[in-house]
Design a protein around this ligand. Structure first.
Ligand code: MLT
Length: 205
């Protein structure tokens, strides 16, 4: 079994040509939440889906926050490292290649996927970040994300994510060399069919 204490779900690939997906749910979700989304955007991919290990009044997340949109960098860094260690160990256990793994994160899950790219890029290859925001306000290390692709899917009427944040997060990832696509959708904070279509198109499906 992989080290680290995440409860997780693993669905084997039925089409090994598809990239494995790392599913990272939003606040209050669990490891089953994004399975339908993962299957819709990349049918046949292996799915590695950990359950957030931080409880906010019973709602599971991947790191604690001080308030809505207010984060403690030390906590985010610690949890990001723990998740990266889990991913590497789970990849070894399930015979996945981390450099093929595409993170698909929603809200809090998208935020920790962005932190993985900023701090531990060896744990994933690229990411689909749905409704991500600025959590670690720092650029990725120069050269650390060369050859990586990232999709940011944000809503233009999202009360939780100020409109300046998607381009700022894109710039932080581009500073590491990532190729970043920003899609501003007619959407609020919730997942929409436009997100599914944007993710499918970005994956080339
Ligand atoms: C959430 O509700 O999960 C926030 O919008 C994102 C976060 O706190 O990471």
């Amino acid at each position: 079994m992989p080290r680290a204490a995440y409860h997780y779900r693993f669905d084997e690939a039925t089409d090994p040509a598809r990239p494995p997906l790392l599913l990272l749910h939003g606040t209050g979700g669990d490891e089953n939440d994004l399975v339908r989304l993962g299957r819709a955007i990349s049918p046949g991919s292996a799915l590695l889906s950990p359950r957030g290990d931080v409880s906010e009044g019973g709602a599971l997340r991947f790191f604690a926050r001080l308030a809505e949109g207010v984060f403690d960098s030390a906590e985010v860094i610690r949890r990001t490292n723990a998740l990266a260690d889990f991913i590497l160990s789970a990849c070894q256990h399930h015979k996945l290649e981390p450099r093929q793994l595409i993170a698909v994160g929603f809200s809090n899950g998208a935020n920790i996927a962005a932190s993985l790219l900023q701090l531990r890029p060896e744990a994933i290859d690229g990411a689909i970040l749905i409704r991500s925001m600025i959590v670690l306000d720092q650029p990725a290390a120069p050269g650390s994300l060369v050859g990586r692709r990232v999709l940011l899917a944000n809503g233009n009427v999202d009360p939780l994510v100020p409109l300046d944040q998607p381009p700022r997060l894109a710039a932080h990832l581009q500073a590491g060399g990532a190729e970043v696509t920003v899609k501003m959708l007619d959407a609020s904070h919730g997942l929409t069919p436009q997100d599914v279509a944007a993710a499918q198109a970005w994956l080339g499906n």
